[in-house]
Design a protein. Structure first.
Length: 277
C-alpha cells in the first residue's frame, strides 16, 4: 500500500466511527478469516490479538513477540482492500519507545489503526498507572505523526474486564482514564467487559469521543448498541474461539460417533480457493 493509499485508508477508518451508526468488526486472525469478513461486507478489518496468538501457537496476553504479530498484520493488510486496524495488546514493548517502534511496524505493515490496552502483561498491578499509559499513547501518536499517517489510536481500558476496584467506582475510573487517554492523543476509547445498557449509555455520555464495546453471544444487538450511541462494536476473540469450537465438535463427533454432521454449512473448497485468488 502506498503512503497516499494508506493516508486515505486512515481517513476512511476515522470516518467510519459514527455514534449511532457503529463500525461493526468481526475480528480476523489470518488472511482467510480477513478475506471472509471483508467479503461479507465489513467496512474495515480488525485483528484479534488472541486469535493471532492462538493461530501461531502462543497464549494471549503479550506472550507473542512483535515480529510475528506484525507479520500477520502485514499479510492481512495485503489481502484486503478495506482499512485494517491491528490489536497490538499493550504495545509489545516494555516502554513508550518500544510502543513507538511497534506502531512504526504496524504502519509499515499497511495497517491504519491500533488497539492499545492499559493492562500490562505481568506485574502486581491490574492496570498500568494512568500517567504511564498516557506516555505509551503519546508515543504511539507521535510515531504515527512522524510517519504522516492519521493512525486511529483506540485506547482500551480494562477497568471492567479485569474487575478493578470496587464495582461502584468502576464507571468513574473508566471515565477518568478515558479523559486522560483522549488528552494523550487517543482517537477512541475501548471499554471491554461492559454488557449492560445503562453502563454503556453512561460511558457514551461521559466520554468525549467514539466509544468501542466488546460483544458476543448473549450480548446486546447491534441495533441496541447503536441506539445507545456506540461508535464501534468488536467481536474480539469470540469469532476465532467459535471457529476452534467447531474444530473440537467436529473432531469429537468423528472420533466418538463416527458421523460428520458438525461439518454441515462449511464454506466450499472452491469458494475458499476463489477468495484467495
Amino acid at each position: 500500500m502506498t503512503t497516499t493509499h494508506q493516508q486515505h485508508a486512515a481517513q476512511l477508518l476515522h470516518s467510519l466511527h459514527r455514534p449511532g451508526t457503529p463500525l461493526v468488526l468481526p475480528n480476523a486472525w489470518d488472511v482467510v478469516s480477513a478475506r471472509i469478513v471483508a467479503d461479507c461486507g465489513a467496512a474495515a478489518v480488525a485483528t484479534t490479538s488472541a486469535g493471532v496468538a492462538w493461530s501461531l501457537g502462543a497464549r494471549d496476553g503479550d506472550e507473542l513477540d512483535r515480529e510475528r504479530a506484525l507479520a500477520v498484520v502485514a499479510r492481512v493488510a495485503a489481502a484486503v482492500t478495506v482499512p485494517v486496524t491491528a490489536d497490538i495488546e499493550s504495545g509489545y514493548a516494555a516502554d513508550p519507545a518500544g510502543v513507538a517502534r511497534t506502531v512504526a511496524g504496524v504502519l509499515a505493515a499497511g495497517a491504519v489503526g491500533v488497539n492499545i490496552e492499559d493492562a500490562p502483561a505481568a506485574g502486581t498491578s491490574a492496570l498500568r498507572p494512568v500517567d504511564e499509559q498516557c506516555a505509551r499513547i503519546r508515543a504511539a501518536r507521535e510515531a504515527a505523526d512522524e510517519a504522516g499517517v492519521r493512525l486511529f489510536v483506540n485506547a482500551r481500558t480494562d477497568v471492567y474486564l479485569r474487575a478493578v476496584g470496587d464495582p461502584a467506582d468502576r464507571l468513574a475510573e473508566a471515565l477518568r482514564r478515558a479523559a486522560a487517554y483522549r488528552a494523550a492523543g487517543a482517537d477512541g476509547i475501548f471499554v471491554p467487559g461492559v454488557v449492560d445498557a445503562e453502563t454503556i449509555g453512561a460511558l457514551v455520555a461521559g466520554i468525549d469521543g467514539p466509544v468501542n464495546v466488546l460483544t458476543g453471544p448473549g450480548g446486546l444487538p447491534v441495533a441496541t448498541l447503536a441506539a445507545l450511541g456506540v461508535a464501534r462494536i468488536s467481536l474480539g476473540s469470540t469469532l476465532a474461539a467459535a471457529a476452534y469450537g467447531l474444530v473440537r465438535r467436529a473432531a469429537e463427533e468423528a472420533l466418538r460417533s463416527g458421523s460428520y454432521d458438525s461439518l454441515a454449512g462449511a464454506i466450499s473448497y472452491g469458494e475458499l480457493n476463489a477468495l484467495l485468488a
